[in-house]
Design a protein around this ligand. Sequence first.
Ligand code: GLC
Length: 547
Amino acid sequence: MTVDRLEQPEWMTSDPNWWTKATIYQIYPRSFYLANPKARTSRLQNTPPFRTKMHPNDDIVGDIEGISAKLDYLKWLGIDAIWLSPIYPSPMADYGYDISSYTDVDPLFGSLEDMDNLIKNAHARQIRVILDWVPNHTSSLHPWFQDSISSKNSAKRDWYIWRDPKPDGSPPNNWKASLTNESAWTFDENSGQYYLHFFLKEQPDLNWNNPEVVKSMDEVLRFWLDRGVDGFRIDVVHCTGKDDELADSDEARSWAPRSVIHEDPSTHGLLSHWRELAKSYKQNPVLIGEVFLLTLGQIVNYYGNSDELDLAFTFPAVFIGWNAAQFKSLILELKSIYDGKNAYPAWVLSNHDLPRHLSRFRGSLNTAKCAALMLLSLRGTPFVFQGEELGLTDVKLEPQQEVDPGHRDGSRAPIPWDKSPNHGWPIDRDPWLPWPPDSDEKNVEVNSLIQEGVTHTYKSLIELRKQNLALLEGSMEIIEGIDEKVLAYSRIGENSSVAVLINFSSHDIEISQFNGCEIIFDTFTNQPGGHFGGTLEGEAGVILKIR
Ligand code: GLC
């Protein structure tokens, strides 16, 4: 079934840079919410080809109807766009990042009709929908790879990256795969060649030097854009292009499981091609890159000359602890690198691949509120990972409870919606991963009622960002001369400016230079009120009107 290009409402087409003003919420569908277990049972009776192994707990994971069911909560929070981790048919070797069909929905999660409904329901609330797109690799059970591996003469042989062994039979180069840290090459007995996979052997890398791959993926992008999708988060996009030589690399030898560092200039050509394709759509789709590189200097290259990515995550922010001086130097570095290139940052503290930031920071709920203040007041697009607005921390698992080959289960635990034993999920046994710690308190039902709690910190700040033009579009400057335990910056708009002060320590700190300024947000109350008296309490943050 194809759907004609949809008529887009005015709110959607009027601002080509809507994503600079949006707060984007990442949904990990397996763990978000389950609305219709019955429908899934009937869908799973006819398992389609290229979806193999069922996980023993597949009947108690989230579904797409569950996302639709919770849109009102996201609207209440003030979210402008949702990004869904992959919902496509997948053998789930990497929980959906191994895709066996790019233009369908895994029966675990729902149907294409459910996706159409989700897009419609979200748009009715002025919430946009961003899909995860994984161009670097497919599942080994994707029909493209099944064809490619069938014979050296297959028409799709060159869609993937095949090489002869070295004379001694060993892999073609020394590259190591992310997640396993084993060779990035797997030998195919049948053809006597190796294929390349930057991740699991179930995730063979596509050969983007083959124009047929480019063309087929264009069709994939159009398929979803025609259905009304508002953009893509592009998985490990810096890995996509490969040179022909594929030489040994010293860097490759030191690959850590989470840092794929192979880069090739051809990726930039692909990005500007995808950008042109996306921008031909009236809904102004956004392209967000998971450029998982360790320095801002490397990441910024993927913005091109404003003709490649719209946004790339500022990943260096997830490698530092809760430390004011380190965030200050990151912001200074970002300004020196990004401003000249017209690159707009995408701030992220947590996602499905990382320990939740509150666990990394070993922080209290006050830390969670201060981190939210930082995330939502920095210049750039904030990304909120489901559940961080509840102050969730990672679930701790015994090794035998882990299910992810990359040991990333901790942040992927299901969202507790209320304080009942099954936390609002229509299930009568434990979910696929245990509930996060303190779910009896840290759930949506309880938190939405606590005005001074962490959820309201997110809600109030998201709303304030929309109203305060300095926060929404102003430039950003570090404020110098303040105690090093305080992160202080200003946001300078055309007609007004604010100062953000965040105390990373647990003790009071004197800050005389803003005495008497009006407080427009305070993390203790989540409200405006009063004037700054010269002391910032421990683990507290404020936004002050300074002009
Ligand atoms: C990205 C995803 C991660 C996945 C990997 C391979 O890093 O975020 O979950 O394992 O790419 O697709």
